[in-house]
Design a protein around this ligand. Structure first.
Ligand code: GDP
Length: 296
């Protein structure tokens, strides 16, 4: 196994105790290790570059204190910068709007959109006592609407009755009307994905957004997306305008790089993480846990 980043920084810097301040050269050696750890965690290159620039600005010239080892000093700078990038506080789903509040789920096919829709609906129903209606706008995959219906039955959450032949925008409008008439607090719109980002997908999302006026637009992304995470988050944010991110399959990812990449390029909070296939495998996002994983 590799030494953790903390250990590596310690072995590079701790010999400097008793000198005045961290020099360019000391910091450059430390930053090579930071860079390596971030790339091992699959943080996107451009994000790594900006991140190490910020750490450099804080570390070069920092006074070496007697009370704390230089390695620990730099570990603290890296840790604080990781937290600042990931977001200091936990940001919940925002339901602060007139009912029914529309929550639109977007993302690539297979990212976990439908599963996450079910998980969020279950959580809002059970923990926040909300009356939730789910609707699948995925008219491309024949089984998609049925899949959401089954999840609704499993979790005890209502789903919009399926009417064959309707397009995504029609379904979204029908869902909103049904929710209004039925006294629902929240409508979750599970949109269609594609295997990769393309213009028709973005155009469809933009149209649904314009008509359904969602209060929250959550990008669902697989945490194993790696270097593509930046492209994915940037494309959806620029074209559709997301309000938050849900990272899925965090149970299978020991590294946490996608979280840092997506948050850094969009500035949008990671609101929740998916940690398994089961309907209760949904957790709040804690920046410190990802920071600790990267520091090792
Ligand atoms: P969609 O195409 O984006 O709607 O993706 P689905 O919701 O159908 O999910 C695709 C697969 O990923 C399914 O087999 C899910 O059970 C699985 N999945 C979704 N979220 C998670 C998660 O957080 N962890 C794990 N291990 N599997 C997940």
């Amino acid at each position: 196994m590799f030494d953790s980043l903390q250990d590596r920084l310690g072995s590079i810097l701790n010999g400097l105790t008793g000198r005045g301040a961290l020099s360019d050269k000391d910091v450059a050696a430390a930053l090579r290790e930071v860079r390596r750890a971030l790339l091992e965690a699959d943080v996107a290159l451009e994000v790594v570059r900006d991140f190490t620039d910020r750490v450099r600005a804080k570390a070069v010239g920092a006074e070496i204190l007697k009370s704390i080892k230089p390695g620990q000093m730099v570990v603290k700078i890296v840790h604080d910068e990781l937290i600042a990038t990931l977001g200091e506080t936990q940001v919940p789903i925002d339901l602060n709007a007139p009912s029914p509040v529309v929550v639109m789920m977007v993302g690539l096919q297979g990212s976990g959109k439908t599963t996450t829709s079910g998980k969020i609906a279950k959580r809002l129903t059970e923990k926040q006592r909300k009356k939730v209606l789910m609707a699948s706008l995925d008219t491309r995959r024949p089984a998609a609407q049925e899949q959401l219906k089954v999840l609704g039955e499993q979790t005890g959450v209502a789903t919009l009755p399926i009417i064959a032949g309707q397009g995504p925008v029609e379904i979204a409008i029908r869902a909103e009307q049904a929710a209004r008439l039925g006294g629902y607090d929240v409508v979750i719109l599970d949109t269609a994905g594609r295997t990769h980002i393309d213009e028709p997908l973005m155009a469809e999302m933009a149209e649904i957004k314009a008509r359904a006026k969602p209060h929250e637009i959550l990008l669902v992304a697989d945490s194993l997306t790696g270097q593509d995470a930046v492209n994915l988050a940037r494309s959806f944010d620029e074209r559709v305008g997301i309000t938050g991110i849900v990272l899925t399959r965090v149970d299978g990812d020991g590294r946490g790089g996608a979280a840092l990449s997506m948050r850094a390029v969009t500035g949008k909070p990671i609101k929740l993480i998916g940690t398994g296939e089961k309907m209760d495998a949904l957790e709040d996002f804690h920046p410190a846990r990802i920071a600790d994983r990267i520091l090792g």
